[in-house]
Write a protein that binds this ligand. Sequence first.
Ligand SMILES: [Zn+2]
Length: 81
Amino acid sequence: MRPAAERLYRVVKAKYEQNRNAREKLIKTDAREIIYDTSGNHDNLLGRCRCKACRDKEYKNLYGKALMCVRSEFQEQDGKT
Ligand SMILES: [Zn+2]
């Protein structure tokens, strides 16, 4: 993982560890792809903006990817207990 992605991952993980409800909801998305919707903010680095101008642009979805990493870690933790 690149440093920026690593930092983001840690922030997301800390946030979800503190919120049991959010953690459960995240786990229940199973293996579905998470695309962080930034429509209106035109942020195609953290997520994906679906406005007309951005629709065909490349998007990185770093926040969505961080969420999916955290999710698989939580799912693994739960599977072991
Ligand atoms: Zn946009």
